[in-house]
Design a protein around this ligand. Structure first.
Ligand SMILES: *[C@@H]1O[C@H](CO)[C@@H](O)[C@H](O)[C@H]1NC(C)=O
Ligand SMILES: *[C@@H]1O[C@H](CO)[C@@H](O)[C@H](O)[C@H]1NC(C)=O
Ligand SMILES: *[C@@H]1O[C@H](CO)[C@@H](O)[C@H](O)[C@H]1NC(C)=O
Ligand SMILES: *[C@@H]1O[C@H](CO)[C@@H](O)[C@H](O)[C@H]1NC(C)=O
Ligand SMILES: *[C@@H]1O[C@H](CO)[C@@H](O)[C@H](O)[C@H]1NC(C)=O
Ligand SMILES: *[C@@H]1O[C@H](CO)[C@@H](O)[C@H](O)[C@H]1NC(C)=O
Length: 419
């Protein structure tokens, strides 16, 4: 959270006034040209701007790369470990938040223990600021905040509402859904927190807010404005997209329109297709968000836990019956594709658009215990085969609320309120 300290200690005292002027010029230069402060991977910018010995001085600007801050005693809040904390966790009770969808209310659906509620994320280099709902709401006063993406982003959205709603009296808040858009209103704050369903960000054949389980997924190239026009005017946007790209085969990309009688479809590797969407998103942000007045966040992939052999299990199991986090600090599940993380790094590395990256993948990878598993509303009656083998219908993708996603919001809060 801290920006590091101003330091001239490496300078030669004899040339300090010359140095000071050079320094000022450099800082101005850096402040003008470095537009994305929060990413590790901006190799180009770093070599361009930080390869001179003067770089120590730039630590007081607000335009440092994350790596730069880390080197200078800052803190990467995404690197850390889970610690048990029965005093301060959970941040709210499941029964105190009426906004949680029945797919995520694990206690209500019979989860027999509450161990997953007792963990706090502890970054290695610093402490996270305590989530302050009042400050969060003040920061949102008069603003529109919008989460855009898939059901995992919807989970984070609901978590945020659960974290703030108790400060708002009943008559002064509401939640309504209009197709792909859900709007929570905090009337006294003249603020909204919204969720927009767009699992690929681009237009796709999975865009229906309710009926979207399409096996043969098709994404339309160059179509960001199809959904993007509904995001205009938002002051804060939190994007995610990942899971829907992982189909096990190549992605089908539509070149024309979904209305064309004969559709022109090309196949692309998952990575290339994902890169295309990321670039579209960055371009949309550049054209539609005023970086002086707005904030944009992007969450990395949310891991799933479908194969317990990956964390030392022995059978055909998955997240079902898991009650403790993984304590191997190097654990990384195969569901979180490193090649996609690399694409994210590359796209943001080249972009000059300030998008704050929420790298929640590693910390969530440890949490095999935090999924909804079998403790959620089932839309269809379970078969006797399923009942005989609960792991077969466990949901190892989504997360119980309260739970892990509250931590994503603690991280969002830290980056939003203490940039
Ligand atoms: C560096 O930043 C700190 C904290 O924002 C501030 O107190 C200090 O005056 C700054 N130093 C200079 C030289 O601008
Ligand atoms: C929370 O934020 C409010 C500002 O909205 C502030 O007055 C209050 O002191 C903060 N509480 C804590 C515990 O920091
Ligand atoms: C409420 O917020 C909107 C922006 O979201 C702004 O245009 C409007 O003027 C605000 N109204 C009041 C009464 O502050
Ligand atoms: C943002 O602010 C800077 C400095 O105040 C100004 O030079 C720039 O024109 C502003 N950009 C936009 C898009 O308003
Ligand atoms: C769940 O795990 C416990 C020990 O962690 C084990 O004793 C029990 O048999 C497991 N239950 C099922 C249904 O796998
Ligand atoms: C996100 O964090 C992981 C592990 O902490 C790291 O390997 C990865 O490079 C980071 N991603 C980016 C784009 O910086």
């Amino acid at each position: 959270m801290k920006g590091g300290s101003w330091s001239l200690q490496r300078a030669n005292p004899r040339s300090s006034s010359y140095l000071f002027i050079t320094l000022l010029a450099f800082i101005l230069f850096a402040a003008i040209f470095i537009f994305h402060p929060h990413l590790h991977s901006n190799q180009q910018t770093q070599t361009l701007f930080f390869s001179t010995p003067l770089h120590v001085a730039s630590s007081n600007t607000t335009t440092l790369t994350q790596t730069q801050r880390d080197q200078e005693g800052g803190c990467d809040v995404f690197q850390g470990r889970w610690v048990r904390d029965e005093l301060t966790r959970p941040l709210y009770e499941e029964s105190d938040c009426p906004y949680i969808q029945p797919q995520l209310t694990c206690q209500e659906h019979g989860r027999p223990e509450q161990e997953y509620l007792r963990w706090r994320w502890q970054p290695h280099g610093c402490d996270l600021p305590t989530f302050n709902a009042s400050l969060m709401l003040e920061k949102l006063r008069g603003k529109r905040m919008m989460f855009v993406g898939d059901s995992l982003n919807r989970g984070q959205y609901v978590s945020l509402i659960c974290l703030v709603h108790q400060l708002i009296p009943k008559h002064a808040k509401s939640m309504e859904t209009f197709g792909s858009l859900t709007i929570f209103r905090a009337k006294e704050y003249n603020a909204t927190i919204e969720f927009y369903w767009a699992p690929f960000l681009l237009e796709s054949n999975s865009d229906d807010a309710v009926i979207h389980r399409v096996t043969d997924r098709i994404v339309r190239k160059g179509s960001i404005n199809t959904h993007g026009r509904h995001w205009k005017g938002a002051d804060i946007i939190v994007f995610n997209t990942y899971l829907w790209w992982i189909t096990g085969s190549k992605m089908k990309i539509l070149l024309g329109s979904f209305k064309d009688e004969v559709k022109e479809i090309v196949e692309m590797s998952t990575e290339d297709a994902y890169r295309m969407a990321m670039k579209s998103m960055v371009r949309w942000v550049k054209l539609n968000m005023d970086s002086n007045k707005t904030r944009v966040f992007f969450s990395s992939m949310s891991p799933s836990h479908a194969k317990n052999i990956e964390w030392g299990g022995e059978s055909e199991g998955n997240c079902y019956n898991e009650t403790t986090p993984i304590d191997d600090p190097t654990y990384w599940g195969s569901d979180s594709k490193k090649s996609i993380m690399q694409v994210i790094g590359e796209v943001f590395g080249k972009s000059k658009v300030p998008i704050t990256f929420l790298n929640i993948t590693q910390l969530s990878n440890y949490r095999k215990d935090a999924h909804t598993s079998i403790y959620k509303k089932q839309w269809n009656p379970l078969t006797s085969d399923q009942l005989a083998n609960p792991a077969s219908y466990a949901d190892c993708v989504h997360w119980c609320l309260p739970g892990l996603q509250d931590t994503w919001n603690e991280l969002l809060f830290a980056k939003f309120c203490f940039p």
